[in-house]
Design a protein around this ligand. Structure first.
Ligand code: 13P
Length: 251
């Protein structure tokens, strides 16, 4: 049985004061009997302090990005070892905003994936098509290409300690989520692809859905057979709402 995972990607939001209030609200609102794993991904500068705020809870800490290099003259970058050092267990790689706004290629994302695993961070590999790509019937091609870039470098065995997040770009921050059926179609395809290479990893790898997840649609999305939780942006900034999404992931 795959343990559901609900991750909050705060993106570039928050402040020390707001984060403290958000985490406090979340700790109050999360059900103690919850079976889902909960992960928070604050901006780099708030990682340490957020880690302190959640240290007596089961909530995990993750980063939104990582440098592909190990150390050295890379001004403005943050290494996987540094993320590990401040308490991260997870890191997002290949978020569509990184790919689209900052020009991250499949090759660079694969290097970041390797860098994360080299420090025992679990990469959350984000994949997903744009609206143009979906309307052009290229969803499967795009998602396959994004996953193949990782498989080519790391092999299927690496997916045993990774998470995949399907985030259709057209659903991110738009209020227009993929329908449970649309998401399931892609999730099923991804799981089938991994299972064809390794049946055990195919059955165990967690595949999250992201893109306008809200308390009102989470249960329907998470009830699909191949959707193992969510990667949540805007709704993760509201404690009550995010806690309700986490509860929707409970078995
Ligand atoms: P929204 O939930 O705000 O659509 O963002 C999704 C996302 O990009 C999470 O990584």
């Amino acid at each position: 049985m795959r343990k559901p995972l609900v991750a909050g990607n705060w993106k570039m939001h928050g402040s020390r004061v707001d984060n403290a209030a958000l985490v406090r609200g979340l700790l109050d609102a999360l059900k103690s009997e919850s079976t889902a794993e909960v992960l928070l991904c604050p901006p780099y500068v708030y990682l340490w302090e957020t880690g302190r705020l959640i240290k007596d809870s089961d909530i995990e800490l993750g980063a939104q990005n990582v440098c592909a290099e190990t150390q050295g003259a890379f001004t403005g970058e943050v290494s996987a070892a540094m993320l590990r050092d401040v308490g991260c267990r997870y890191v997002l790689v290949g978020h569509s905003e990184r790919r689209q706004i900052y020009g991250e290629t499949d090759t660079l994302v694969a290097r970041k994936f390797v860098a994360a695993q080299s420090q025992k961070l679990t990469p959350v590999l984000c994949v997903g098509e744009t609206l143009d790509e979906r309307e052009g019937g290229r969803t499967v091609d795009v998602v396959t290409r994004q996953i193949d870039a990782i498989l080519a470098v790391s092999g299927v065995a690496a997916l045993a300690s990774a998470v995949i997040a399907y985030e259709p770009v057209w659903a991110i921050g738009t209020g227009r989520n993929a329908s449970p059926e649309q998401a399931q179609e892609v999730h099923g395809m991804v799981r089938g692809k991994v299972a064809a290479l390794d049946a055990t990893i195919g059955a165990s790898v967690r595949i999250l859905y992201g893109g306008s997840v809200k308390a009102s649609n989470a249960r329907d999305l998470f009830s699909m057979p191949d959707i193992d939780g969510g990667l949540v942006g805007g709704a993760s900034l509201k404690a009550e709402e995010f806690a309700r999404i986490c509860a929707a992931a409970d078995h």
